[in-house]
Design a protein around this ligand. Structure first.
Ligand code: F0G
Length: 487
């Protein structure tokens, strides 16, 4: 592979002071085959000590800065009114401009708190609809208990790689208008995911945020942000949306949030911490804040710690200050764009353009020789692990397809992606080179696979099967041959 040093014409935003060993670098491919078999081909059941490069998720897996670690020593662990909460609260007020802040232990708790609060207020009723550019797994798990959920991708996303539009994470306004017209007064909440994790990690434009916000105001629909990757989204607005070129990331973030009534937030992503979250409300929504607060007390802890230690809140407050700096984001997204470019050069079919936190492979296209009902993305996930010890995740049929009670696919999901989610500030370019090298090997053998996987015993058919379902290999011989030839 040719390296173009012009891809790195920026100064890296950090250097490394502490290291963590990788134990499994010399694991034989044969051993990985055994481990896969023991784990029923579900990578969530593999020990991290048996993983060489862990691209399973960017959630809670980042490396904190020395400023975050030292802030943790200042943690005030008081049950009520901790000074660490004050800092936590102020950081969301200062950076996002939101007024009312509830702490929770992670993103899904934030969603649950919001939905219970909105139900209590009578905003979410039995026949309500929540619209999104796309719900992620656990968000869908909670939201669908309170309302009908609709994914309203934009036309550019649906056109796939036929178009290279910059903001394929947008929610198509015309689709929202249609949904609202067909269901008068039923669409009570729009939850916009920045960036769109289910949809290839694609960002949402400020233009789209503004037009949705205007429309929701006119129609009296609450407009909330799933803010997991808000800073990465702001970076794309800066570098891809011309009129924001000269604004700072912090200015863009402030403006983004100003169009929303509130937000759910998993601090495990763009606050660069290992645990934490919050629910945020604008100055106009003290009512929703007060309705949600008892659910924090009941499920998370008092509303000045919400399931976090004081030290965790210190790390979050410092973290969102750092991730909203351009130099951090340039380094972060630059690394992912480099990997994206390299895998594209090898010939791996990817989602274009590159998204924020991950590179997405189109397994439908890459393993098109395998029947669509045989979990191509999960088969590819297993192959990637077996060849190089790289752990990644499927976002496709096992998560979203319609299935019968035994796990047979009745209606395939819209997409069948493999996501390589890159943890923040954890891996160096050498690690990325290793990954590229594994993909060069894999590319030579992937077409040897003839069959995929089926779901084995213990299937529940709920929103969380991908975390613990058992797969069975349909063609052991060809799988082992491709792994052993690819190693
Ligand atoms: N919303 C989005 C868009 C997410 O990506 C996630 C988590 C959540 C909500 C829930 O947050 O994990 O803190 O409860 N995504 C992780 C992932 C797990 O791998 O993408 P959480």
């Amino acid at each position: 592979m040719q390296i173009n040093t012009n891809d790195f014409n920026y100064v890296p935003s950090f250097k490394t002071k502490m290291t963590e060993p990788i134990h499994s670098g010399n694991l034989a491919a044969k051993k990985r085959l055994e481990l896969l078999d023991d784990a029923n081909y579900n990578l969530f059941k593999i020990d991290s000590n048996d993983v060489t490069i862990d691209f399973l998720t960017d959630s809670g897996t980042g490396a904190m800065s020395q400023e975050q670690w030292s802030a943790m020593f200042l943690g005030d662990e008081a049950y009520a009114g901790a000074s660490s909460f004050k800092k936590f609260e102020k950081s969301f007020q200062d950076i996002m401009g939101m007024k009312y802040i509830l702490p929770v232990h992670q993103g899904r708790a934030s969603e649950r708190t919001l939905f219970f609060g909105l139900q209590k207020l009578g905003v979410l009723k039995q026949d309500s609809i929540i619209a999104s550019n796309a719900f992620f797994d656990t968000t869908l798990g909670w939201a669908s208990q309170f309302a009908r959920c609709e994914n309203l991708y934009c036309d550019d996303f649906d056109l796939g790689n036929a178009t290279k539009k910059d903001f394929k994470g947008d929610l198509q306004l015309s689709r929202l208008e249609k949904l609202v017209n067909q269901n008068p007064n039923k669409v009570n909440l729009v939850l916009l995911t920045l960036t769109n994790n289910t949809g290839g990690g694609q960002p949402v434009s400020m233009k789209n945020i503004k037009e949705l916000s205007n429309y929701c105001k006119i129609k009296n629909i609450l407009f909330f942000m799933d803010a997991c990757r808000f800073a990465e989204n702001a970076y794309f607005i800066k570098v891809r949306e011309l009129e924001y070129k000269n604004k700072t990331i912090k200015e863009i973030v402030k403006e983004m949030f100003s169009y929303f009534d509130g937000a759910t937030f998993s601090a495990k992503k763009d606050a660069k911490v290992n645990i934490g979250g919050s629910v945020l409300f604008s100055k106009d929504h003290e009512d929703i804040f007060l309705a949600c607060r008892p659910f924090v007390i009941q499920n998370e802890g008092l509303f000045t710690y919400g399931g976090m230690a004081g030290r965790d809140m210190e790390a979050v407050a410092q973290g969102i200050n750092e991730t909203t700096e351009f130099s951090y984001l340039q380094n972060r997204i630059g690394q992912i764009e480099f990997l994206h470019k390299a895998l594209f050069t090898i010939g791996i079919p990817l989602i274009h353009p590159c998204g924020g936190h991950a590179v997405y492979i189109d397994a439908k296209e890459y393993l098109s020789q395998i029947p669509e009902t045989e979990f191509r993305a999960d088969m590819l996930v297993a192959l990637i692990y077996a060849i190089g010890g790289i752990r990644c995740v499927s976002i496709g049929n096992v998560m979203y397809a319609e299935k019968d009670s035994k796990g047979n696919i009745l209606k395939p999901a819209k997409n069948d992606f493999v996501r390589l989610a890159v943890p923040r500030n954890v891996y160096s370019l050498e690690h990325i080179f290793y990954v590229i090298n594994v993909f060069e090997k894999l590319h030579k053998v992937h077409s040897l696979l003839k069959r995929g996987l089926k779901i084995g015993p213990g299937f529940r058919n709920d929103h969380f099967d991908h975390f613990d379902c058992n797969f069975e290999l349909l063609d052991t011989k060809n799988f082992e041959t491709s792994v052993l030839r690819g190693k």
